[in-house]
Design a protein around this ligand. Structure first.
Ligand SMILES: Nc1ncnc2c1ncn2[C@@H]1O[C@H](COP(=O)(O)OP(=O)(O)OP(=O)(O)O)[C@@H](O)[C@H]1O
Ligand SMILES: [Mg+2]
Length: 412
């Protein structure tokens, strides 16, 4: 049963900056929303790590989870809370557990997304077990790795089927390099993927509920400079396509929060990495874009909590497949998928909620992101990552980005 005040739980690990800002802005908003015959208020809390009785009721109505992909106790608590107490969690822990790059590539290829040609390879090495030996003896066939490379064409990328953080990702320019990379790939299951090179735009699209921000991204820059401050070099039609692709991906997999990487070649955006359902949220990466992300999370979790939005516990792919049944061109199909996505995300009701109940959020956020409290949140995060002699400089650098956000978007 929804509680009043609605309680929003934060399930956190190394996160420091965005939760501090999220909590402080919520407090400053001082919300008391007339919803039906209730006046709805909000509280936040941070999930603690304790033993728990499987039947113990949850204190939270909504949980923003940052740990599911690696910290299993929290994930299992959250699954219990969804099953037992109707808690709404961002993101659906079952979908995160089962979705890797492989699933996301395959599903979006089926929907017609221009994912580059991708092959999966049998692993180079194995942890030996009795059944494995007989299986490989009977069924593993010698294959010509060079032929696969030639079919795809160089350059190509080798990457783990379930990877993240660039671990095991290698750009490969020829047959010899392909053999070297495969020899050292060990037990990891690997893809070979055609490189989208050259490309003239690299964007990361961050989606939170129906909100999408398209950000230019430079993967070769140091971590603090990868998200680019200047607007992505895309026109409005392209921006719409990117938003539609992001929302389709996110709703197909049941993710409220995800980021999608896409590369533009000859005017077409190719998605290459879009299973990031726990994307970086730190000011030390996002800098100028950080306030947007904090506010997007706040708006969406308040909407979910205030309206008692039911969580999609299971995934239903049928409507997307049905929208793909005829021979219509991809842009027409994409509009159909995106319409399903926007409906699933209750977009009209969300926008109305923000206009009606959060009209003062921009002003509160503008004040807050100029405050000592916000400055301290930035500094604390910087201090946790940088050596002592760099703390002042990097704090100032990220702080100035946030001030530029206040002077531009934040002032509107
Ligand atoms: N098909 C491709 N064409 C061009 N560049 C690619 C391709 N695949 C990967 N890359 C490059 O390699 C980088 C890492 O690959 P990818 O994003 O797929 O792996 P990841 O481990 O999920 O990375 P992260 O978690 O940092 O996003 C990309 O940011 C991009 O620069
Ligand atoms: Mg990536």
């Amino acid at each position: 049963m929804p509680q009043n005040p609605r309680r929003i739980g934060l399930s956190l690990g190394a996160d420091l900056c965005w939760p501090a800002c999220f909590e402080a802005i919520l407090e400053r908003l001082d919300l008391a929303l007339p919803m039906g015959d209730e006046t709805v208020r909000f509280e936040t809390g941070r999930l603690q790590i304790d033993p728990f009785d499987l039947t113990q009721p949850s204190r939270y109505d909504v949980v923003l989870d940052r740990l599911t992909h690696w910290y299993h106790l929290s994930r299992e608590w959250i699954k219990k809370a969804v099953l037992m107490d109707d808690v709404y969690v961002l993101n659906n822990p079952w979908s995160l557990q089962s979705m890797e790059k492989q699933t996301t590539y395959t599903a979006m290829m089926r929907l017609g997304f221009p994912v580059p040609e991708t092959w999966m390879l049998p692993p180079k090495d194995y942890a030996w077990t009795e059944d494995l030996k007989v299986t490989l003896q009977r069924y593993a066939r010698l294959f010509d790795l060079g032929e696969v490379g030639r079919k795809i064409g160089y350059p190509l990328f080798m990457k783990p089927y379930d990877g993240g953080a660039w671990v095991g990702v290698t750009k490969i320019d020829d047959d010899a390099a392909l053999h070297r990379a495969y020899e050292s790939s060990g037990q990891r299951l690997m893809f070979l993927q055609k490189a989208v090179l050259p490309h003239d735009a690299f964007v990361r699209c961050v989606g939170v509920g129906p909100q999408v921000r398209v950000v230019s991204y430079d993967p070769d820059a140091p971590l603090h400079g990868r998200y680019q401050e200047q607007p992505a070099p895309v026109d409005e039609t392209e921006a719409q396509t990117l938003r539609d692709m992001t929302l389709t991906i996110n709703t197909f997999f049941g993710w409220d929060f995800n980021s999608c990487e896409m590369l533009r070649q000859d005017g077409v955006f190719h998605p290459i990495d879009f299973a990031n359902a726990c994307p970086d949220s730190q000011v030390t990466s996002l800098h100028y874009h950080f306030p947007w992300l904090v506010l997007a999370k706040l708006r969406w979790s308040l909407f979910v909590a205030a309206t008692n939005r039911p969580m999609h516990r299971t995934l239903d792919w049928t409507p997307y497949y049905e929208a793909n049944e005829d021979d219509a061109p991809f842009d027409v199909k994409l509009r159909r998928y995106a319409a399903i996505a926007r409906e699933r995300l209750d977009t009209d009701r969300f926008e109305e909620f923000c206009a009606t109940h959060l009209a003062h959020l921009p002003e509160v956020a503008h004040d807050y992101f100029g405050s000592d409290h916000a400055h301290e949140a930035v500094r604390t995060k910087v201090a946790s990552l940088y050596p002592d002699h760099e703390i002042d400089d990097f704090t100032e650098r990220f702080w100035q980005s946030i001030q530029r956000w206040r002077d531009t978007e934040g002032a509107q």
